[in-house]
Design a protein around this ligand. Structure first.
Ligand code: NAD
Ligand code: TYD
Length: 380
């Protein structure tokens, strides 16, 4: 079959990437979707079992830092669109091992950019019809002040529809024009990669787009991140390590809403633009944790709230950003995207998924799947 487009999705075996790959493979049978992933601890092909045999799907195990391999892949698959999600993504790991973050997030992104540039510039039509879409985070903007610890109701300075707003813990939001001010090695590496992507547009005319999204939650998230880690710990009645006072605020978006935004922006976003993606859904960590405890207890048939005593306050994360809050008005106004799920519904779906997929959780927490992949790819 002759495909209409050849789209390379990097990091497709990870949390958000697997939702993006699934959406594109199912929605666009006329596109060839090439999922390129190194399968680090965070990459898991079991996340894509339901689509792995689709005729428009190909998996390639490769490291984005391997520049020659990236050049080879561009040519072999005649790639005309790239959605770049591959990254080291966990702040706590970046504090322990910043080099790995600089390697993958900065050098890896640069290697992918350069491979795309060399390939696309070698074609008669050059950059026409091409797109390099880089997925970034709101963490590059740094931290907002928590001027209203009790929370304030809409309307705020943002012009997005007020029904989509939850409480806000300050008047300021991250805009596309907010100055970069990263604090963690993770966010510093993502900021650096964002700059490289924009530099490739400004210098070489590469058709790039960058989006900065808030915290995602939902199925297939590696259980080092707050929500899946805590769901699993509550189930096994293990302590819940709350950093500092649990007062830090994050803006949470259901992962399928992010994948849907990526689809819209990939197809209709303006070249060289930045779009912020977020749910207007700010929560203090401790409040989220209470909702998660109650939901897990209820779904497991325990007394609602009986696991509250698992909450254990521990030493704060160094450089812990106080508040993130995205203003996604531009995306809503220009491209018509809005989050589809209210948080209560999303968290219920999420908790239910982790409880129903205990095997997935046991697998990724036991390390067996790592060994499986090591054996499987040992000779390649
Ligand atoms: P994840 O850690 O779950 O997945 C990352 C994927 O990248 C894994 O499959 C991993 O194997 C792969 N990978 C890592 N290094 C690689 C390399 N050198 N070569 C090829 N593949 C490699 O991450 P995620 O949470 O799905 O995040 C995906 C992207 O979205 C990242 O760029 C992240 O910065 C960004 N983001 C994440 C969030 C969030 O809340 N999770 C929010 C905003 C933006
Ligand atoms: P996390 O899921 O690591 O995402 P990020 O740091 O990228 O926002 O953490 C979400 C919030 O939860 C963050 O403020 C740190 C906090 N947290 C804890 O309190 N305990 C934990 O064990 C983890 C993993 C996170």
């Amino acid at each position: 079959m002759e495909f209409k487009r050849h789209i390379l999705i990097t990091g497709g075996a990870g949390f958000i990437g697997s939702h993006v790959v699934r959406l594109f493979v199912n929605k666009y049978p006329e596109y060839h979707i090439i999922n390129l992933d190194r399968l680090t601890y965070a990459g898991n092909l079991a996340n894509l079992k339901d689509i792995e045999n689709q005729p428009n799907y190909t998996f390639v195990k490769a490291d984005i830092c391997d520049y020659e391999k990236m050049q080879e892949i561009m040519q072999q698959y005649r790639v005309d669109g790239i959605i770049h999600l591959a990254a080291e993504s966990h702040v706590d790991r970046s504090i322990k091992d910043p080099f790995t973050f600089a390697r993958t997030n900065v050098m890896g992104t640069l290697s992918l950019l350069q491979a795309a540039k060399v390939y696309w510039e070698s074609l008669p039509e050059k950059y026409e019809g091409k797109r390099f879409y880089h997925i970034s985070t709101d963490e590059v903007y740094g931290a907002l002040k928590m001027t209203h610890p009790e929370g304030i109701q809409p309307p705020f300075t943002t012009t997005a529809s007020s029904e989509t707003h939850h409480l806000a813990y300050g008047e300021e939001f991250f805009l596309e024009t907010t100055k970069y001010n990263p604090h963690s090695p993770y966010s510093a590496s993502k900021a650096s990669s964002d700059h490289f992507v924009r530099a490739f547009h400004d210098t070489y005319g590469m058709p790039t787009i960058v989006t900065n999204c808030s915290n995602n939650y939902g199925p297939y998230q590696f259980p080092e991140k707050l929500i899946p880690l805590f769901i699993n710990n509550i189930r096994h009645r293990k302590p819940l390590p709350v950093y500092g006072k649990g007062e830090n605020v994050r803006d949470w978006l259901y992962v399928e809403d992010h994948a849907r935004a990526i689809d819209i922006i990939f197809h209709h976003g303006k070249i060289a633009e930045t779009y912020n993606i977020g749910g207007f859904n700010e929560w203090k960590n401790i409040d989220i944790i209470k909702v998660v405890i109650k939901t897990v207890d209820r779904l497991l048939g325990r007394k609602e709230g009986e696991d509250m005593d698992l909450i254990t306050y521990v030493t704060d994360r160094p450089g812990h950003d106080m508040r993130y809050a995205i203003d996604s008005t531009k995306l809503q106004r220009e491209l018509g995207w809005e989050p589809s799920l209210q948080f209560e519904e999303g968290i219920e779906k999420t908790v239910r998924w982790y409880l129903d997929n205990q095997e997935w959780m046991d697998n990724v927490t036991s390390g067996d799947y790592q060994k499986y992949y090591e054996n499987m790819y040992k000779n390649r």
